[in-house]
Design a protein around this ligand. Structure first.
Ligand SMILES: [Zn+2]
Length: 412
């Protein structure tokens, strides 16, 4: 007997039943007649695999009220947060990160890759907090943790050692941030050397600025190929790519494709932070459609939640899809039809999830939306009616409205 049957949802464009057995999708068919312990009627509601936050910072979430926001000529968001981090306790980080996870699950997220800052300001307090959270939310959300060098690695003599310690504590990914050091190539080389020695993949914050002479994604692609790490390197931001001349950009994109680099665009943060000093406001968002068309695996993610980088950030990937449609000229119906791949199958590939997707045998990590197709889901910011993790219902949401108007029946 199956544990659960979802009845009549829209799967791959057609109304189908979906049977779940022992946490996995056992069968998908127009009608399933075998018995189940529980049946959910989701007639004509869109079923998607669970949303994936592939790039997010729970350790510095919900701190916008502790500092001023960005002002013309004022400190960078990095500088504002570095100051606050010194006072973070493990308990404080844990409480704020937990709030992020709960919001994310409510909004359909079933797996998350989070950057954990490790440096002289916060040392390893974030690692302790996030590992505690990771253990507590197992079964509800898969939480991957990155040992992340937000402050650069050449400003003091402790950060490199702390990052290695983070990896030894079990963090399975190293996160570089070359633009925080003057010598970006030296930073990148250190990350590759350290990742190779530890046998872990890399996830860089790269090319966040507007100076094409500081471009690094081409060098990172080169190193990825030279060291045989194809498919194991991820780049967040990539704003600078947007500013290259078309021919140059095409060459760089092709190099990244050859290197199997995963790209994660962070449109809400780019729109808030970038282009403030310019005569013309620059959106700062990378070339999502060009990357995708060239065969690069592209995702989008929330990045920041209620902090100086994005004071209105919220871990709701359907919201990010709408922001992306607006920010990256991706709002036509044919584009919105694939936009939700950027918060589902593409990030699942980027973060290396196994058995993910809407197919028999995959883990039953699912979200059911109050919409018939992706365009309606994005446009109406549809409610996430049900969220399932390994076949278990972990969130249910409803939205009610009352309209006080009478509509006369047309007279014949
Ligand atoms: Zn980030």
């Amino acid at each position: 007997m199956d544990d659960l049957i979802l009845r009549g949802g829209i799967i791959a464009g057609a109304q189908q039943d979906l049977a779940i057995h022992q946490g996995r999708i056992r069968h998908i068919a127009p009608r399933i007649f075998t018995p189940a312990r529980t049946t959910l009627d989701i007639a004509a509601k869109l079923v998607l695999p669970g949303f994936i936050e592939s790039h997010i910072h729970p350790d510095k979430a919900f701190i916008a009220d502790r500092t001023s926001g960005l002002r013309r000529g004022g400190p960078t968001p990095q500088a504002l947060v570095a100051e606050l981090k010194k006072k973070f306790t493990a308990e404080d980080i844990y409480e704020r990160a937990r709030r992020v996870v709960l919001c994310a699950v409510r909004h359909g997220c079933t797996a998350m890759r989070a950057h954990v800052e490790i440096d002289a300001c916060v040392e390893l307090r974030g690692v302790a907090a996030l590992q505690r959270l990771q253990a507590e939310c197992a079964g509800v959300l898969d939480l991957q943790l990155i040992a992340f060098a937000q402050e650069g690695i050449f400003h003091d003599d402790v950060t490199q050692g702390l990052l290695r310690e983070g990896l030894q504590m079990g963090l399975p990914i190293l996160g570089g941030c070359p633009y925080m050091d003057q010598d970006q190539r030296r930073h990148i080389d250190w990350c590759f050397d350290t990742a190779e020695a530890a046998g872990v993949p890399l996830d860089f914050h790269a090319d966040s600025g507007d100076d094409p002479s500081r471009l690094t994604c081409d060098y990172i692609a080169e190193q990825t190929i030279a060291r045989g790490m194809q498919g194991r390197v991820t780049l967040g931001h990539l704003c600078t790519l947007d500013l290259l001349e078309p021919d140059h950009r095409a060459r760089v994109i092709d190099r990244m494709r050859q290197a199997g680099i995963h790209v994660i665009s962070l449109p809400a943060t780019e729109m808030h932070v970038k282009g403030r000093a310019d005569k013309h406001t620059w959106r700062g968002v990378t070339r999502i459609e060009e990357l995708r068309a060239a065969g690069v695996n592209v995702s989008i993610s929330t990045n920041n939640v209620v902090n100086p980088f994005t004071p209105y950030g919220h871990p709701d990937l359907l919201r990010q899809a709408l922001v992306t449609a607006m920010a990256a000229h991706l709002g036509n119906l044919d584009q919105m039809a694939w936009l939700l791949d950027l918060i589902t199958v593409n990030p699942a590939k980027a973060i290396g999830l196994k058995d993910y997707g809407l197919a028999e045998g995959c883990g039953a990590d699912l979200v059911v939306l109050d919409a018939v197709d992706p365009a309606q889901a994005i446009t109406e910011q549809a409610e996430k009616l049900w969220v399932l993790k390994a076949g278990r219902i972990v969130a249910r949401s409803t939205r009610t409205s009352e309209l006080f108007m009478t509509v006369e029946a047309p007279t014949r």
